[in-house]
Design a protein around this ligand. Structure first.
Ligand SMILES: Cc1cc2nc3c(=O)[nH]c(=O)nc-3n(C[C@H](O)[C@H](O)[C@H](O)COP(=O)(O)OP(=O)(O)OC[C@H]3O[C@@H](n4cnc5c(N)ncnc54)[C@H](O)[C@@H]3O)c2cc1C
Length: 212
């Protein structure tokens, strides 16, 4: 995405830069809290010259194209959160049915049962919102951007909380690297930041519902 014209969204164009283009370089692999199976680096463009055929769409279409891509990307990130939270919940249902304290299984304390019920409910709500957002993209719904922002905001927040509760229900073991909970928690944290932060999701939703 490159500024080719006036200030604001209409002055941005989308240009394809081939990997071996002179002036294109990549920064170091960043050290991160999670998402360690994926490299994260800066991408530097230093006076890269490309032929005009590399323009994607028309001049000034860049912002529109980016926004289109981001709707799907947000559903993708929300779905990743649902995967992580499902794994955390399944592990916790299993763990609390085995671990005993004070002569009872952890899942026999009503406080644990209520926590698991809420986690399961929030996970299902996240899943339904993601299905709705994905369907709205398929149907070219004029509200697709709003539904995608809502699903991303809701699912990534709810699923991070589910992982946090799962860790809590594992007690001290949840904090240890011998158990997978701490990794899922670290991996899901960035979903509240990526593909537009959840504050930006709120901005998009409020603009759509307030028409401002
Ligand atoms: C692991 C990882 C992988 C990434 N991969 C990619 C990638 O592949 N491609 C890519 O382009 N980017 C990528 N990013 C960048 C990512 O998209 C940005 O970090 C993210 O969009 C937030 O932007 P920022 O970091 O500049 O935060 P900032 O914009 O500096 O925001 C800082 C804080 O201020 C808040 N804030 C900012 N503006 C407003 C506002 N208007 N109203 C209210 N609150 C506001 C934010 O919500 C946030 O809490 C990646 C980041 C990470 C961590």
């Amino acid at each position: 995405m490159c500024r080719t014209g006036e200030d604001g969204p209409k002055g941005i164009s989308c240009i394809l830069i081939e990997k071996d283009t002179p002036g294109l370089s990549f920064g170091k692999n960043e050290k991160k809290l999670g998402w360690n199976s994926q490299h994260t680096s800066t991408v530097n463009f230093d006076n890269c010259e490309v032929p005009i055929e590399n323009l994607v769409g028309n001049e000034g279409d860049g912002f529109k194209l980016a926004m289109k891509g981001l709707d799907g990307g947000r559903v993708n990130i929300a779905a990743c959160s649902i995967g992580g939270a499902t794994f955390a919940l399944e592990n916790t249902i299993q763990y609390t049915s085995e671990r005993k304290q004070f002569g009872k299984k952890i899942n026999e304390f009503q406080v644990s049962q209520f926590k698991l019920a809420d986690m399961s409910t929030d996970l299902e709500a996240s899943r339904l919102m993601v299905y709705k957002a994905a369907t709205s993209i398929d149907n070219k719904d004029s509200d697709a951007t709003k539904y995608c922002a809502m699903a991303k905001r809701f699912a990534t927040d709810a699923c991070f909380d589910i992982c946090n509760q799962a860790l809590q229900l594992h007690g001290g073991y949840g904090y240890l690297k011998d158990f997978p909970l701490e990794r899922v928690l670290r991996d899901l944290r960035v979903h509240q930041i990526l593909e537009g932060t959840n504050e930006i999701m709120r901005l998009i939703i409020s603009r759509k519902i307030l028409d401002v």
